[in-house]
Write a new protein. Structure first.
Lengths: 136, 114
């Protein structure tokens, strides 16, 4: 079973993303509401998450800053990080991708498609059951 | 294919479960959404009176950003687009007051509010 850590300061995003990944993929989900909490959670988790899904714009420590700190944290550095952002302009996408994260996904996400998107960008080959889109 | 009806039924059940949870979450989040819409109204009023300070402008831009990132998740794609445009407008040093007013009015109209 895949383990995902979701880091986002917005309660509704954490809740919907967690529900989405649990319901559609059966993944085990942990959440954190800030970059700092996310780093601590990842560092102390056993077993480690298979991936981290992290918001970009968060108060205090933003996603890119948290990512850079994760790269310096033993046991966390090797965990693939996917940034989640509502910024859709090309310049922002390039900046985020240039950080060295595994992928950048965009908000708003389709709750029924999020697991498949994550699996695709990380090259996970498990077969996820086909889902109907809610966003039609 | 014998598995297809089961897979389809399971997918439908998952979609229904998520949809129900989204509906409940929408109701719980309404106070936050309404507060953000009121923030846009305050920013628009301040812009019209040429007293839109940077802290209010950036707070409103941040709120628009949050709505842009979440409204589509609830199925309100139009609201996401409007919120995105509102964020872009508010990020300008001197946002056009009429644009702020129009966009916040459009945003209210695009959402199922009480």
């Amino acid at each position: 079973m895949r383990r995902i850590l979701i880091i986002d300061d917005e309660d509704d995003i954490r809740e919907v993303a967690a529900l989405s990944l649990e319901a559609t993929a059966g993944w085990n989900i942990t959440t954190a509401s800030s970059g700092l909490e996310g780093i601590r959670t990842a560092a102390t988790a056993e077993p480690k998450p298979d991936a981290i899904l992290m918001d970009v714009m968060m108060p205090g420590m933003d996603g890119p800053t948290a990512f850079r700190q994760m790269q310096q944290t033993p046991g966390v550095a090797g965990i693939p990080v996917i940034l989640l952002t509502a910024k859709v302009q090309g310049i922002d996408q390039r900046r985020f991708a240039g950080l060295g994260v595994a992928a950048v996904l965009f908000k708003p996400f389709d709750p029924l498609a999020l697991a498949a998107q994550i699996a695709k960008v990380l090259g996970w080959t498990e077969v996820l059951a086909p889902q109907h889109s809610l966003l039609e | 294919m014998p598995d297809e009806p089961d897979a389809s039924a399971a997918a439908a059940a998952t979609a229904a479960r998520i949809s129900a949870s989204l509906d409940a979450l929408w109701v719980r989040n309404l106070p936050i959404i309404l507060a953000r819409l009121e923030l846009f109204d305050r920013a628009a009023a301040a812009a019209h009176s040429r007293h839109l300070q940077d802290d209010l402008r950036m707070e409103a831009a941040s709120a628009a950003h949050k709505l842009a990132g979440s409204m589509g998740m609830f199925g309100h794609a139009q609201a996401t687009m409007i919120a995105r445009e509102l964020e872009r407008t508010l990020l300008a040093p001197a946002p056009d007051p009429d644009s702020v007013t129009t966009l916040s009015t459009q945003l209210r109209a695009a959402l199922p509010l009480p």
